[in-house]
Design a protein around this ligand. Structure first.
Ligand code: HEC
Length: 355
């Protein structure tokens, strides 16, 4: 939210203006950078706090959320009406300077409160994505969150702006430039989200990325690279592309590729016979990969993969090693709580069986 700029026409100021030091006393617009720093700060505190004090998502009463939402709606309506009055729009009523001053203070306080809450929710969301979901789920949810922002931008800002344009044309007046400017700003935001969202939509296929122990770093890097490359696209459409921007995007992508290279082979120990891993398959895999799965929600073995007899398991040894040891994708979300030691045993069995 912005408060009233100093040179706003229509606001009475005492002649001469200015305090003893020659500066005009009074409120200045809250800087965007202040809000961003506040939001990032609370996000960091929320992240650390979640891990230290909760370790799970605490219950939040509906009342808290509804109160905030109610306050936001009331403030949005008040802001809209006050602006209409300041701009002397038809049917808007008279300005009450004292009221405007009070509202400006409220607006400044609210913008700070908004930044703090947005940061806190963002921090909790980031923590939950990394700790409650598998890498695959976290990537998809990250994409869904960006997607929701994009849809809201279109629904609440861009489309109403277009409608205003059409309406102004029909009524034969010049359209309010504010809508055009806001629509443009949101389109730019959406533009930068495009490639990261597209990536998360297909990220399911890249177990090497979402299954990596640094999956969150890789996701951030790919998002940054996507935004940079998109910036270059936009510049190119305007005919003033800067090759450095494209180069920066590609360099970030190359760094991502290097980071996600398979780790050098570690010494996992000598091969083990099947008898040592039989029980692991029974406990960790067969709840799903059986003729009649016992895991809730699985009516049939996923992808038809049955891992009950030694012959069935041996036939898929390479794929199993890939899924359990190399990419750590199975069991999904580690639903059956396989341990690292068990994963390593399966890799050692594979080492022997491949010979
Ligand atoms: C909670 C259920 C569940 C458990 C437990 C589970 N899997 Fe799976 N598995 C799945 C699902 C679902 C798929 C299909 C994934 C897909 O379509 O991408 C799958 C697919 C597979 C595939 C085929 C992959 C492919 O790309 O074709 C293999 C191999 C596999 N699992 C091995 C294992 C092994 C080994 C274990 C035990 C360490 C295990 N799974 C535990 C649910 C499970």
């Amino acid at each position: 939210m912005r408060d009233v700029p100093d040179d706003q026409p229509g606001i009475e100021r005492p002649p001469g203006g200015g305090g003893p030091d020659g500066r005009r006393p009074g409120l200045r617009p809250t800087r965007i950078s202040t809000l961003i720093v506040c939001a990032l700060g609370t996000a960091a505190i929320a992240w650390v706090g979640m891990g230290r004090f909760f370790g799970y998502i605490p219950d939040i009463t509906w009342l808290a959320g509804l109160t905030l939402a109610g306050l936001a709606v009331v403030e949005a309506i008040t802001a809209h009406n006050t602006r209409a009055r300041i701009e002397h729009r038809p049917r808007a009523g008279a300005v009450n300077p004292l009221l405007v001053a009070r509202l400006a203070v409220l607006a400044k306080a609210s913008s700070l409160a908004g930044a703090i809450f947005a940061g806190a929710y963002g921090g909790v969301a980031a923590w939950a994505l990394c700790h409650l979901f598998s890498g695959r789920g976290a990537y998809l949810h990250f994409g869904a969150m960006l997607g929701v922002v994009m849809v809201l931008n279109v629904y609440f800002v861009i489309i109403p702006g277009q409608k205003e344009l059409v309406k102004a044309k029909q009524e034969g007046r010049t359209p309010d430039p504010r809508f055009g400017l806001m629509g443009r700003q949101r389109s730019v935001h959406n533009t930068y989200f495009t490639l990261p969202v597209l990536f998360t939509m297909i990220s399911n296929h890249y177990a090497g990325l979402y299954g990596h122990e640094w999956n969150w770093v890789l996701l951030i890097l790919i998002s940054v690279a996507g935004a940079l490359i998109r910036v270059w696209f936009v510049q190119r459409h305007k005919g003033n592309e800067n090759p450095l921007v494209l180069a920066a995007g590609l360099v970030v992508l190359a760094i991502t590729a290097l980071l996600s290279l398979p780790r050098p082979a570690v010494d996992i120990g000598p091969p083990v016979p099947f008898i040592e891993v039989q029980q692991i398959f029974k406990e960790r895999c067969q709840p799903c990969h059986a003729t009649k799965p016992t895991q809730e929600g699985f009516a049939a073995p996923p992808k038809g993969v049955i891992l009950e007899t030694e012959a069935e398991i041996r036939a898929r040894a390479a794929m199993i090693n890939q899924q359990v040891w190399a990419s750590r994708v199975m069991p999904p979300g580690n639903l059956t709580h396989i341990t690292d030691e068990e994963r390593r045993l399966i890799a050692r069995w594979f080492k022997g069986s491949a010979k």
